[in-house]
Design a protein around this ligand. Structure first.
Ligand SMILES: [Zn+2]
Length: 327
């Protein structure tokens, strides 16, 4: 598999940003093509009572209510909500295994929501879209049956590491390389390590530029800026995955994760370009960039990789198990 060696140019560009003293690099190219956006969740679900405990999970809806659902039915709704049906079949299967693993991990852990539930907010847990809503919003029968098949073909399959369910985090687009879990959440996770993720260039949020003037930066970051933009930013450090680890702006130190939240950036992977009246931040990728890239999974599938190869690439050192084997 050539996945590990192809995107060295982009990684080199990231690392160049870490090494060049001027700090201010502009990587230039914009993606012109775009695939469908990752869609938002809905409130519509199928409520199923009296399910066997092993296949029942709880879903917290947008109104806060919690309903039981059959696992595979819910996973179908997550794939419908999280990944366009025109993605490659093997990418859809990978998404199904990841969604199933993520869901059962939340149930096992039981602390994020009452009853070990997963919610329908993609910013917290996972998007969800019922088949009815999918069709009502213009989805096709072909797309629905394609996703149902992807879920059925992987039914009961989950990712484990040393016999335990993994934290199967995923996101839309990495911008060329994924991030270590430690760089984003602070804790080292052996199977959530930075890997190259080529072939995402057509994603609509592969790269983006946002301009910030002095006033906006001062308000959003709670800082005071003096002189011109060339004096504002100092000491950028980078992560293994090409994200900004930290930088000093206006004399205050911020992590890349903090800046992403405060400035509402697509990702922590960004470069800085000086302008006369402010700065442009050019971001790469969309999401926390830890775990499986959805657009990267599609690219791997298009290149002929199976869902298992995709999963074992993004979550290295893990294995695919059946949920039954976990007890
Ligand atoms: Zn949640």
């Amino acid at each position: 598999m050539s996945m590990k060696s192809k995107p060295r140019q982009l990684l080199a560009a990231f690392l160049l940003g870490a090494l060049v003293p001027s700090l201010f690099l502009h990587f230039g190219q914009k993606a012109n093509l775009s695939l469908p956006e990752i869609t938002q969740p809905t409130e519509s679900v199928n409520i199923s009572d009296d399910l066997p405990q092993s296949t029942q999970i709880h879903v917290q809806l947008a109104d806060g209510s919690i309903v039981p659902m059959e696992l595979e039915s819910y996973v179908t709704g997550v794939v419908l909500g999280e990944m366009p049906a025109d993605f490659e079949v093997e990418a859809l299967k990978a998404q199904a295994v990841v969604a199933r693993t993520y869901t059962l991990k939340r149930r096992e852990e039981g602390i994020r929501h009452p009853m070990g539930a997963v919610c329908v907010d993609p910013g917290c847990c996972q998007a969800y879209k019922s088949p009815e809503t999918y069709l009502a919003e213009g989805g096709t029968d072909t797309g629905l049956s394609k996703i149902r098949s992807a879920v059925e073909d992987t039914a009961g399959q989950v990712l484990t590491y040393q016999g335990a369910l993994i934290e199967a985090t995923y996101f839309s687009c990495s911008g060329g390389r994924t991030e270590d879990a430690a760089a984003v959440w602070g804790g080292e996770v052996p199977y959530l390590q930075s890997v190259d993720s080529p072939g995402e260039e057509h994603a609509s949020k592969y790269t983006a530029e946002v301009f910030f003037d002095r006033q906006t930066l001062e308000e959003r970051l709670g800082i005071e800026l003096h002189s011109g933009p060339e004096s504002w930013i100092r000491g950028i450090t980078y992560t293994e995955g090409g994200g900004v680890a930290a930088l000093t702006i206006g004399g205050c130190r911020f992590t890349g994760v903090e800046l992403r939240r405060l400035l509402e950036l697509n990702s922590t992977a960004f470069s800085v370009t000086l302008k006369p009246d402010g700065i442009v931040l050019t971001t790469w990728g969309h999401g926390h960039r830890v775990g499986m890239s959805q657009y990267g999974a599609d690219a791997m599938a298009l290149a002929g990789n199976s869902f298992a190869q995709i999963l074992l690439y993004y979550y290295q050192g893990t294995r695919i198990d059946k949920t039954d084997a976990l007890g």
